[in-house]
Design a protein around this ligand. Structure first.
Ligand code: ADP
Ligand code: ZN
Ligand code: ZN
Length: 732
């Protein structure tokens, strides 16, 4: 038998399958060790056949099986085919998504412990007959183990005499057995909570989801109780003997959320998030694989939870950008979820207070079932959003980042003992350093982007390559000492708040303060438990959190995401405002929102302050239709980069010629096609060029042909990097 094996090497760009002589037990989906060059490496068997083109004397044999069962199921093998074709990925990169990373290469193992118990032959006998009277230590540990039935040997060694334990094992009085133990995060939360009584609206939403034979879009305003609807559907799924996957944006995996799941489903739930240690992640994954846990809760990658017989997939906050993977392997989580739902005949629900225009459009066309929760729980009002025109503030002589109405509202909020969130919209925005005299802007030598000033370290950083530079004293261009920092970052907001409200306790939450494991959980936990009065943060504070004492939300500079080079810029702005506003007034206390903007007349603010999603949707969908952007087209981008500018140019030219040939043959499919330098022309010393096209939706053959062009680039220009993207979030 010949086994076709995908080998796990990262250096190569070739996505090749190698043939080996199979060994006993090797089957489709087995993880194996195979000889490769002069060493052994890991691989996955994707097929067994009778024939091979490899000459007999060249053919090597699989060295060993790495697991006691095939680790990649039939479903995942088919998913791999789907993903490689759809997203233009290498098979090995897809396989890597299927396993915890540290498991590859055997860098992590199951934790095994030795348990000690009394040999049944000795259990009913008087211990005085086989333990010497003088051996007090042996008697002591014997009595303990008899009492508890079974004990961890390392515990016995630490608390009794290790020699006595050894002795009793040697004499056959104690027997031992090896057992896997699972490192389970948040294990101490055990009490089962039976949940709340669903409202009529929630009840009917849950029924719609479970009855629908199409995916359901759950459109429920912030605070409408979507989580309880999901929990109810998960319960029903488990009762039917099936398993469930619940996806949330990474940032929403707060201690509160995990506590809810743990207390509702106990050991039945496995939690997968980036804060887990490698051991914990591996064990949670194995609990899912072996059926010990039947519910997977996690961020994007939890869609690859190794569950069988999936009955329900939930995508919470479905509009969230984190569901699109923007680095290799690039994939769209929703499409993977569709595949798994189809394969398992499972229910799929996508929930949001601000559905993506694309999803709402699909619901309007009848592709999805639409279910609504138009009211907050207990009919609490949506917070009032007040627009402040910052241009007027400047005219009145206030050039700071805080308008008079915001300062006043903060003051009231603090006096009343409530909490506030200050939100800084940082998408596509950086606090650059500029010479006030000649206009020189500090940029990274390797990347074509402005450097960002970090006050706490007093240095300049490139956010693309992490390179660090000394802060400027004098302008390198004109030697002027008048160096100005551009826009304001979260640090400067905190500084200002501290000045205005010296007594207020402030927490800052952004990429810098949440770099370490568990950091964001800790910060959010501190805020939730009332250890701080004001939370200052970027996009991270906008999502899903439920803080009952927050009565004020300040949006410092709402416009920032509007000026981003992205066809979804306005949509993102609408979503951000609605989401961050939704953090205010969720409990008994009413909330309010102050939105500061330099373009108060933009239509996005009119719809957002009126909470008019439908109105906004109508306006946007008409625009998208008129300009033929998704969902009325699919954006395809081929990005080519190289340290050598000429190679990049040459490769781009060649690829562009070939794509144009494809376009000439099917002009009706191509809405737009052009080649150009990427907006960020240079990143990490590499020049970046792109071929940008918009094609009619569902033009699979054309897309595949374009992928082939990209493959050829890689083959013909080994120096260049080339990848493709579908509807990327970020076109920079
Ligand atoms: P959403 O995700 O829609 O923004 P949540 O699921 O966070 O809303 O629910 C908002 C609040 O309402 C939470 O504090 C939740 O515990 C509470 N809640 C949800 N459903 C009910 C219910 N049926 N009865 C009482 N409280 C509920
Ligand atoms: Zn200057
Ligand atoms: Zn750089």
């Amino acid at each position: 038998m010949i086994a076709r094996v995908i080998v796990d090497i990262s250096a190569s760009d070739v996505d090749k399958v190698f043939d080996y002589v199979a060994i006993d037990g090797a089957t489709r989906g087995s993880r194996v060790s195979v000889p490769f060059g002069n060493r052994d490496i890991e691989g996955y068997v994707i097929a067994l056949t009778d024939t091979t083109d490899v000459p007999r004397d060249k053919l090597k044999t699989i060295t060993s099986l790495l697991d006691d069962r095939p680790i990649v199921s039939e479903e995942f093998l088919q998913l791999c085919d789907f993903m490689t074709e759809r997203f233009h990925l290498r098979k090995i990169d897809v396989f890597r998504l299927f396993l915890p990373s540290k498991m590859r290469g055997g860098r992590i193992k199951a934790l095994e412990k030795t348990f000690v118990y009394v040999n049944p032959d000795y259990a009913e006998t008087d211990p005085a007959l086989f333990i010497k009277k003088s051996a007090h230590a042996q008697m002591e540990v014997f009595e303990y183990v008899s009492d508890v039935g079974c004990a961890d040997q390392s515990y016995l060694n630490a608390n009794f005499s290790a020699a006595a334990v050894r002795n009793l094992i040697a004499h056959g009085v104690f027997l031992t057995r090896q057992e896997n133990v699972f490192r389970t995060p948040y294990k101490n939360i055990v009490q089962r909570d039976s949940g709340v009584m669903l409202t009529e609206e929630q009840e009917s939403a849950a029924k719609t989801i479970m009855d629908s034979d199409r995916p359901t879009l759950l459109f429920g305003v912030t605070g409408s109780g979507k989580t309880e609807v999901y929990l109810n559907c998960i319960e029903k799924t488990l009762q039917a003997g099936k398993t469930a996957i619940m996806l949330v944006p990474e940032i929403s995996l707060t201690p509160q959320v995990m506590r809810i799941f743990r207390s509702r489903f106990g050991d039945d739930v496995a939690l997968l998030h980036s804060g887990l240690g490698d051991g914990e992640r591996f064990d949670e994954w194995r609990r899912l694989l072996t059926g010990r846990a039947r519910v997977a809760v996690g961020a994007r990658s939890a869609i690859f939870a190794p569950l069988t017989d999936v009955g329900l997939i939930v995508i919470d906050e479905e509009h969230d950008t984190s569901y699109i993977s923007e680095s290799n392997p690039r994939y769209i989580t929703r499409e993977v979820a569709f595949f798994r739902a189809n394969y398992n005949n499972a229910k799929l629900v996508m929930g949001s207070a601000t559905p993506s225009i694309e999803s709402y459009h699909a619901a309007c066309c009848g592709k999805y079932t639409l279910s609504r929760l138009p009211n907050r729980i207990n009919k609490r009002e949506m917070p009032d959003i007040k627009i402040v025109n910052m241009c007027k503030e400047t005219t009145y002589g206030n050039s700071g980042m805080f308008s008079a109405p915001l300062i006043e509202a903060l003051d009231e909020c603090m006096k009343a003992g409530n909490q506030a969130i200050l939100f800084l919209n940082r998408r596509g925005y950086s606090s650059f350093v500029m010479c006030k005299k000649c206009g020189y802007v500090a940029k990274c030598d390797d990347c074509d982007v402005s450097l960002v000033y970090h006050k706490d370290e007093d240095i300049l950083k490139c956010h693309y390559c992490q390179r660090r530079y000394a802060m400027l004293d004098l302008c390198p261009n004109c030697k002027s000492p008048h160096i100005k920092q551009g826009f304001m970052g979260t640090e400067r907001i905190v500084e200002q708040v501290n000045k205005m409200f010296p007594k207020a306790r402030v927490i800052r939450m952004d990429n810098d303060t949440t770099r370490t494991k568990d950091a964001h959980l800790k910060l959010l936990g501190d805020f939730a438990s009332g250890n701080a009065d004001i939370l200052v943060g970027t996009q991270m504070v906008a999502k899903g959190h439920d803080f009952p004492n927050v009565t004020l939300v300040g949006i410092i500079d709402a416009d920032m995401s509007l000026h981003f080079s992205d066809f979804r810029a306005v949509e993102r702005t609408f979503q951000l405002i609605t989401q961050v506003a939704g953090r205010a007034g969720r409990e008994q206390k009413a909330g309010s929102v102050i939105l500061q903007t330099y373009t108060p007349n933009h239509y996005v603010y009119r719809f957002a302050t009126a909470y008019d999603y439908e109105g906004f949707y109508q306006k946007e969908i008409n625009l998208l239709q008129a300009t033929a952007f998704p969902p009325f087209s699919e954006i395809l981008r081929v990005l080519i980069s190289c340290e050598n500018e000429n190679f990049a140019l040459e490769a781009t030219k060649q690829a562009f010629d070939e794509v144009r040939e494809i376009a000439d043959k099917s002009p009706e499919t191509f809405i737009y096609l052009n080649a150009m330098r990427a907006p960020k022309n240079r990143i990490q010393s590499k020049y970046r060029m792109q071929i940008l096209m918009r094609i009619k939706p569902e033009s699979d053959a054309i897309r595949t042909a374009v992928y082939k062009v990209a493959d050829k680039v890689i083959e013909n220009f080994p120096q260049v990097t080339c990848f493709t993207e579908i509807n990327p979030n970020d076109l920079s």
